[in-house]
Design a binder for this molecule. Structure first.
Ligand code: MRU
Length: 368
């Protein structure tokens, strides 16, 4: 993404200071702040507190976390991986990145461990960037075709997005928003309906922030309005990211995604999920089997934060402490509601046969 005229990634390494830097997403949209990670605990805290979030970015941050741990103690691979694994339970990219780190690093001699871990994390970040760009290529083509079919090319394609599956959720580009960026770059006029995505408002705070920077027309709506805009004929397609896809094509994503997919089906609208192959969990057979769905703190729902007119940050308790809250962070959309899974290797049907072609597929994304 472009910030003040230069390409900005969500995570990067500053060699001179020996620091891993991230955009602190808890400060957006009011403040662009860089947060520096120097220890394993910094990396764990950044993931848990959601300074960094989004499945692919969580995976890459964890890889840098391994480096920070080995820099302090070259013998700490096992404990570091265990600690990082416990930070967030749902996005499978975390487990995927840590499993890869273990495969790459467990045979190494302690002397070179930290250097190798840094090399691994930097390579994973590059992979993620290439992968997301390829997802954007394939997804952009899906959106271009929908524009031709649905809009007779004489009005913008109207896309509904949930949560933030943009550049901020990955190293750069994003997944669902990469499709939007690539389509826009190919000359497709777009208007994006952005679901606010309660309770942490990743849509309102992050997706709108990104789209404004990219100069893409968008409107923020409350989550409950998604069905209404679809039923009013104001949407052509829905596209989201994912935190974990089953081997059968069920899509686990930010809470509220299931309702978007239901409303899309009822209104004969396509619902696509865009994700890297690393988000497909081939050990998860289907939605019939439960996966860990993160439950977060009640305060995310009962306490609201924002800035006052003078710019001072403020927190307001919306609901009394006695109100018993359940804060489910993710839900699962059954494969039958999913029109297609957009990956770095192309677009696949949301079923076991189609996705089987991707089992064991390594990166080296195909050209769009
Ligand atoms: O809780 P978050 O903000 O980490 O959840 C993010 C999402 O649900 C995204 O849609 C998903 O991780 C895909 S990001 C490319």
């Amino acid at each position: 993404m472009m910030i003040e005229g230069r390409q900005q990634r969500s995570i990067w390494y500053e060699a001179r200071a020996g620091e891993v830097c991230v955009i602190d997403q808890t400060r957006l949209p009011h403040e662009f702040a860089v947060y520096r990670l120097q220890t394993l605990e910094d990396a764990c805290e950044a993931i848990t507190s959601m300074r960094v979030r989004g499945a692919p970015l969580i995976g890459v941050t964890a890889a840098f976390g391994v480096y920070l741990a080995l820099r302090e103690n070259p013998d700490s691979l096992e404990t570091a991986v265990k600690r990082l694994r416990a930070t967030r339970p749902t996005a499978v990219n975390l487990r995927w990145a840590l499993d890869r780190a273990v495969r790459e690093l467990s045979e190494q001699k302690p002397a070179g461990a930290a250097g190798n871990a840094l090399e691994f994390a930097l390579a994973l970040a590059e992979e993620d960037a290439a992968c997301c760009e390829a997802i954007g290529g394939h997804g952009g083509e899906v959106l271009r075709r929908l524009w031709q079919e649905r809009c007779a090319q004489d009005r913008p394609l109207r896309v509904l997005a949930h949560c933030n599956a943009g550049a901020l959720a990955t190293v750069c580009w994003g997944t669902a928003l990469a499709a939007v960026y690539k389509a826009a770059g190919a000359g497709v006029p777009l208007q994006v309906w952005v679901n606010e995505t309660r309770p942490r408002n990743q849509g309102g705070a992050l997706t709108c922030w990104e789209l404004r920077r990219a100069g893409i027309d968008h409107n923020l709506i409350v989550d409950g309005a998604a069905g209404h805009v679809m039923a009013s004929g104001l949407v052509d397609a829905c596209i989201t990211g994912s935190d974990r896809v089953s081997a059968s094509g069920d899509v686990c994503n930010k809470i509220g995604t299931y309702q978007v997919a239901l409303a899309a089906r009822d209104n004969n609208l396509p619902f696509y999920a865009a994700l890297p192959v690393s988000t497909i969990d081939f050990d998860w057979p289907s939605a019939d089997e439960a996966i860990p769905i993160e439950e977060r703190a009640a305060e995310e729902i009962s306490v609201t934060s924002g800035i006052e007119a003078g710019g001072r940050e403020t927190r307001v308790r919306q609901y009394p402490e006695e109100t018993v809250v359940r804060n489910f962070a993710f839900d699962v959309t059954p494969a039958r509601l999913v029109s297609g899974i957009i990956t770095e290797h192309g677009v696949f049907d949301a079923n076991r046969n189609s996705l089987a072609a991707l089992a064991g597929a390594q990166l080296s994304p195909s050209d769009p």
